[in-house]
Design a protein around this ligand. Structure first.
Ligand code: URP
Ligand code: ZN
Ligand code: ZN
Length: 457
């Protein structure tokens, strides 16, 4: 064996047990007792888990003339430091750009620049025949998910376009991932608030109420039913949307969904911070009332929602967020999170009795890998799987201040939070890439992952 991880407690979505893991050529070759290898890591007292899979991140995302502050290198290093070994980002075509061209451009940005493996979701901003044809071709090449938006003028599609896109997705094994907020409700509220002189960050959340999210979720699931298309709803935040999801699920419809870590830990109270501080928390859909936290945790624990991701989309507070100082509608939307998903979910989920250890692994690694066509290569610890592993110390404490983290952004939304439970080592393809909080891997070693077609399970 090239490497053996000894004496740890292996945790998967299904089991917790004591065993050694033997790794050869970057693959898990043996799981058992008393294994020996050229290099040995002692994981006594620690959990050994599959590396995290974050299926919703926006690295180096350009909107108009600004670009999110983590690029593929800084963002994937930060991900690795937080125990994530695979990410899925997005391809956002420019208006009138072909999808193939947008794919090529995005691959040029990422290939050779990533510290961990990555894949890309397609995004469709129209349903022209040539776009539908490209989607089919790209699905055959391993791009088996498609982002659709019901808001953001540069990205959104109308209901007719969504129907045509879903119909194609359903035939070629693509899982649509949909941002659901009613655009016209938001536009109406934004105009009204600005006309009343309400320009501060706190009005961001008032312009995007739960009603706008739940209406769009309901509509999208109705369109999915008509086209017999499975669907994955991105960043659900509130009780109102959960009720919609569960109503369609109760009819037997294949509906999946994620919660982003910020919506489990932070609330709309953050918008009441003094001055312009609330801008640090301007993201969409916005942070909600605390009363939504327990229903969201419950939906994750019960399986109604399957994934916890980050929607990592950092903007510098000192510069980029400032463009909305006099108008909340101009604050770039998004916040950092790629590095702190596992520690926050463990601390607030497992330590506080809301999730079992196995459910934790399922939410951060196994379910996202399965839904997005990467399992069992990713998301589990099994013979034949990639040796992407996290050694997690359940006793390690860390305060999530900006200076303790690696994300390329000038603030932490979690400055005041100390978590117990933190990754102490990250291994990708059988090589140690993070040790005691520092990246020791090689940028460029991460590979692009073609993904399997979606199949219901
Ligand atoms: O505010 C957010 N979430 N920005 C990133 C884009 C999106 O809507 O996912
Ligand atoms: Zn979104
Ligand atoms: Zn997003």
């Amino acid at each position: 064996m090239d490497l053996v991880i000894k004496n740890g407690t292996i945790v998967t979505a299904a089991d917790t047990y004591q065993a050694d893991i033997g790794i050869e050529d970057g693959i898990i070759a043996l799981i058992g007792r008393g294994l020996e290898g050229d290099e040995v890591i002692d994981a006594a007292g620690k959990y050994v888990m599959p590396g995290g899979v974050d299926v919703h991140v926006h690295l180096q995302m350009t909107i108009g003339d600004i670009t999110s502050s983590d690029d593929f290198t800084t963002g994937t290093i930060a991900a690795a430091c937080g125990g994530t070994t695979t990410i899925i980002d997005f391809i956002n075509p420019q208006p009138n750009q072909s999808l193939h061209e947008a794919v090529t451009e995005r691959r040029v940005q990422a290939d050779g620049c990533v510290a961990i493996d990555y894949s890309l979701h397609l995004t469709a901003t129209n349903a022209r025949p040539e776009t539908l044809a490209e989607i089919k071709e790209l699905a055959a090449a391993g791009y088996t998910s498609l982002k659709l938006y019901t808001t953001y003028p540069a990205l959104m599609v109308n209901d007719e376009e969504m129907l045509n896109l879903m119909a194609v997705a359903a035939t070629c094994g693509i899982l649509p991932i949909v941002h659901t907020e009613n655009h016209w409700m938001i536009e109406y509220l934004k105009k009204k608030l600005l006309a009343e002189g309400k320009t501060a960050p706190r009005y961001h959340s008032r312009s995007r109420p739960p009603l706008a999210e739940a209406e769009a979720a309901n509509r999208v699931l109705a369109l999915a039913q008509l086209t017999r298309c499975p669907v994955y709803l991105a960043h659900l935040t509130c009780q109102e949307s959960l009720e919609v999801v569960q109503r369609y699920q109760a009819q037997g419809q294949p509906v999946y969904g994620e919660v982003c870590i910020q919506h489990l830990v932070l609330s709309e109270d953050e918008y009441e911070r003094p001055g312009f501080e609330g801008a640090k928390f301007v993201l969409s859909p916005p942070l909600r009332a605390k009363s939504n936290w327990e229903p969201l945790w419950h939906a994750l624990a019960s399986g109604a929602l399957q994934v916890v991701s980050t929607d990592h989309c950092p903007w510098m507070f000192a510069t980029q967020k400032q463009r909305g100082r006099d108008d909340f509608t101009r604050i770039p939307n998004g916040a950092p999170g790629i590095e702190i998903r596992l520690p926050l979910l463990y601390h607030f989920g497992v330590n506080q009795g809301r999730l079992s250890l196995n459910k934790f692994v399922e939410l951060v690694a196994t379910a996202p890998a399965r839904l997005f066509g990467l399992w069992p290569r990713k998301g589990t610890i099994a013979v034949g799987s990639d040796a992407d592993l996290v050694i997690f110390d359940p006793c390690r404490e860390r305060t999530l201040t900006q200076e303790n983290l690696h994300m390329n952004v000038d603030y932490s939304p979690y400055e005041h939070i100390t978590v117990q439970g933190y990754p102490v080592m990250t291994i990708a393809h059988g090589k140690v890439i993070v040790k005691e909080g520092e990246f020791v891997g090689h940028v460029g070693r991460g590979k692009f992952l073609e993904r399997k077609p979606f199949s219901e399970r």
